[in-house]
Design a protein around this ligand. Structure first.
Ligand SMILES: Nc1ncnc2c1ncn2[C@@H]1O[C@H](COP(=O)(O)OP(=O)(O)OP(=O)(O)O)[C@@H](O)[C@H]1O
Ligand SMILES: [Mg+2]
Length: 306
């Protein structure tokens, strides 16, 4: 199956002011048609900077961007094929949602009424309210309507789910899958692993302006482990779980025993069965830990046989 590249960057660099460390440092990224691509990184990593360059809102300091069939971000024709949700959306406070939608539909020159009604119902958004009356989450929903209503080939969404409640996140996820099923491409930024895990085909990790990794999510998810903390009624001892299959890195802190568990719970529970367990806490690994585990495993697998 031949792939069609929708976003391609090469050595893309942005420095805000002379002598400063680049906010984006020689980024090489390729996003293919029909994928949901997650762009992850902590605050200040350079996600919004990348997105603003892709949207032609700020100029890069170096490197190249190509969209669709080789267009530059400044190309109006390319921009018309994109739906954009800014991270910091500023809208006219006195307009109703419907007025904002109507204004942007006219700018787009597309009849978006049917799609707007559909999105409004799906997102449960009251378009008769004024922008100033909307909560953070409702503003986000309005932004999503604006980004999606003309059914663009490419969606570029900067932290789309920030402010959405868990139920709305599910709706958002469903909407994104529908986009993909319709052959459209989604590029979304986030710093929340769980939302990226649920919908993205591939993720890129950015840190301090530098691309750390790009991987398929399903490959990462096979690196499954959890942090399990068992609290006992007495000081915990790592020896209790020594040699237990699926338990790694056991450490005790007061009455708490923290282990890295990969695989089933049963061997761990049996090992501590003679103790009184007060509490069990299970935490998902952070994305970073997952990547580390993934690369560890790959390094082990790829190690040359001597
Ligand atoms: N207009 C600007 N002028 C100067 N520095 C900027 C500007 N915009 C961003 N930066 C800096 O560039 C770096 C990357 O910022 P950016 O907003 O791209 O990060 P981000 O990954 O989107 O973070 P967040 O998760 O907080 O939204 C940060 O160090 C930030 O302070
Ligand atoms: Mg940002």
């Amino acid at each position: 199956m031949s792939k069609t590249t929708i976003i391609h960057t090469h050595a893309l660099t942005k420095t805000y002011g002379a002598g400063r460390t680049p906010a984006l440092d020689r980024l090489d990224l390729t996003v293919e048609k029909g994928e949901i691509f997650g762009y992850l990184g902590p605050n200040g990593a350079g996600k919004s900077t990348t997105i603003r360059i892709l949207m032609g809102l700020i100029a890069a300091s170096g490197g190249q961007v190509r969209l669709f069939d080789g267009q530059a971000p400044s190309d109006i024709a390319a921009r018309n094929r994109i739906g954009y949700l800014p991270g910091d959306m500023a809208l006219w406070q006195g307009y109703t949602g419907a007025q904002v939608v109507s204004y942007f539909s006219k700018v787009r020159g597309v009849d978006t009424r049917a799609e707007v009604a559909r999105l409004r119902d799906r997102l449960d958004l009251d378009l008769s309210k004024r922008v100033r009356e909307y909560s953070t989450g409702n503003k986000r929903k309005l932004g999503l309507v604006l980004a999606l209503m003309h059914q663009p080939e490419l969606l570029i969404l900067d932290e789309p789910t920030s402010g959405l409640d868990p139920l709305m996140q599910q709706t958002f996820n469903a909407l994104m899958r529908e986009q993909r099923n319709a052959g459209r491409t989604v590029f979304l930024s986030s710093h929340v692993l769980s939302e990226v895990q649920a919908i993205c085909d591939r993720v890129a990790i950015l840190r301090a302006g530098q691309l750390q990794a790009v991987e398929r999510v399903d490959a990462l998810m096979h690196t499954d482990f959890r942090w399990v903390t068992l609290t006992f009624d007495r000081p915990a001892r790592p020896e209790w779980v020594q040699g237990v299959a699926s338990v790694h890195d056991a450490s005790a802190d007061g009455n708490a025993l923290r282990v890295r568990l990969s695989g089933d719970f049963d061997p761990l529970l049996r090992a501590v069965a003679s103790q009184y367990v007060v509490n069990v806490h299970i935490a998902e690994p952070t994305l970073e830990e997952m990547f580390l585990a993934y690369y560890d495993r790959r390094a082990t697998v790829a190690a040359p046989v001597r």
